[in-house]
Design a protein around this ligand. Structure first.
Ligand code: BES
Ligand code: MN
Length: 465
């Protein structure tokens, strides 16, 4: 039987496998779901064994969340493909009411599969295992060797992943990296991501007194920490210009004319962007003049206040608040330096504090950007495989999100090519209520991966670069 035929016949089982994964609340962001993360790693292992992988086991390093690992090494002389996905997910807390169906029950509506983690990134686990099984269940072998790792802490920055890679270097060593954790910019359009943004995250704390004071007694006298923090944060406002941070653009690699035109062409216009993301009528896009949404997210730095806190809604009372804090996250692009970027943002935040309030700024995360030249045998193989699976010529794209390990892992594997294949689409709403996976594209990606194994297995002399 043809592998793709097997995929058609086993479609319901694969969707069922995804349903089981989505059923586990493997949230990594709050530190309260260790049991579920263990369960999810165990279930992933079970699905790896059913697909036919060997040496399947849960692995850990230090205080990491559990990784699920499995391999099939029965193609000596052929390239080894390293497959990556993650089984941890974002929370739903606070936004449960916005879900149209239960977040932990995979629910099909209008050709989309709804549920937390369906697209980011549990769909990728089933896609990869489906592609593996399509070969192993039909011919008993694969055209390449595979090593598959499913991480459990991607959504919190993969703090242990680098150590894990170094500790397990020999076991994991591969020739090509395949990551399914990025986006296709249009439904039905397969995309190969060649650039990711990095992140510089910092914490800012403003303090004015040792404790809150009755606002009847102190209002108008004691400096208000919440207002002071917001005065400081307002210095990050860019209107429709560039970010008001001296030096931040010094190292940004210019996009060439052809790159800009290519970026403008994909994914639709600003109107489509507005409607896909649910922007309210009358609210302007925060773009700098003459910059397209793709150019902004692929190749420009951006700043977001991801959380701020001075008190809580529940504890509302007539007090002047003595302390306020926020996390500021900056996405960085080629060729920005994370350390320098941190110092540049910090300089703006600590300068001239209103009322002389105490301001403390600390770095909380730094992750490099990544960019590759998407040419060579492995990329050609991926292009052919995606063309076959989707029936459409694939598109090279940049990505506004961050997957920190890609660069360091490619380096650890001696400059292995990294193929980043899209599992999400503009309507997936990853991290948000009503996250979903496009069922048609999920099937096409699974078939594409099945073809990718053939294409890589057919490369002359096994040369992937
Ligand atoms: N799947 C995303 C990365 C992504 C984002 C791909 C947007 C395509 C479009 C990944 O799971 C993710 O969210 N990564 C985090 C990394 C962070 C926790 C260090 C991100 O980008 O915020
Ligand atoms: Mn993801």
């Amino acid at each position: 039987m043809q592998p793709t035929k097997w995929l058609e016949q086993n479609d319901a089982n694969l969707i069922g496998d995804l349903g089981k994964l989505v059923g586990i609340q493997s949230i990594s962001t709050d530190g309260e779901h260790a049991n579920e993360l263990n369960q999810c790693a165990d279930l992933t292992c079970e699905q790896m064994r059913s697909a036919g992988l060997n040496n399947v086991q849960v692995l850990k390093t230090g205080a990491s969340n559990p990784y699920a690992y499995g391999e099939w090494l029965g193609a000596p002389g052929k390239p080894t493909v390293f497959l990556y996905a993650h089984h941890d997910v974002q929370p739903v807390k606070g936004f449960e009411a916005d879900w149209l169906s239960e977040p932990w029950t995979l629910t099909e509506r209008d050709g989309r599969l709804y549920g937390r983690g369906a697209a980011d990134d549990k769909g990728a686990i089933v896609t990869q295992l489906g592609a593996i099984a399509s070969h192993l269940k039909t011919s008993g072998s694969l055209p390449v060797n595979v090593k598959m790792l499913v991480e459990g802490e991607e959504e919190v920055g993969s703090a242990n992943l680098q150590d894990f890679f170094v500790e397990n270097k020999d076991r994991l060593m591969s020739d090509v990296i395949v990551v399914c954790d990025t986006e296709n910019v249009e439904i039905g359009l397969p995309c190969l991501t060649y650039a990711l943004r990095g992140i510089v995250e910092l914490h800012i704390q403003v303090r004015t007194a040792t404790a809150p004071v009755h606002s009847g007694m102190a209002g108008g006298v004691l400096a208000d920490a919440a207002i002071a923090l917001n005065v400081i944060l307002s210095r990050l406002y860019w209107g429709h210009k560039k970010l008001p941070i001296p030096g931040i653009y010094d190292k940004v690699r210019k996009m060439t004319g052809p790159e800009k035109r290519a970026a403008k062409k994909v994914g639709g216009d600003e109107a489509k962007w507005r409607s896909d993301q649910g922007v309210l009528e009358g609210v302007e896009l925060a773009l700098a003049r003459n910059v397209s949404p793709n150019e902004a997210t692929w190749r420009q730095p951006s700043i977001t206040v991801i959380v701020q806190e001075a008190s809580s809604m529940r504890n509302k009372s007539n007090q002047v608040l003595p302390s306020a804090q926020a996390y500021v996250s900056c996405r960085i692009v080629p060729d920005m330096d994370p350390e320098e970027t941190y110092e540049q943002i910090k300089a703006v935040l600590v300068k001239d504090p209103p009322w002389g309030v105490k301001v403390e700024v600390k770095p909380t995360a730094k992750m490099k950007w990544w960019m590759t030249d998407p040419t060579g045998p492995a990329f050609t193989a991926a292009q052919k495989a995606l063309k076959k699976g989707f029936g459409v010529k694939p598109m090279p794209i940049g990505c506004g999100g961050s997957i920190g390990f890609v660069g360091p892992l490619a380096e650890l594997f001696g400059g292995a090519p990294a193929l980043l294949l899209g599992i999400e689409d503009p309507l997936s709403k990853a991290h948000a209520p009503n996250e979903s996976l496009h069922a048609g594209d999920f099937r096409k990606l699974t078939a594409s991966l099945s073809h990718l194994f053939d294409q890589i297995g057919d490369l002359p002399d096994g040369k992937v670069k």
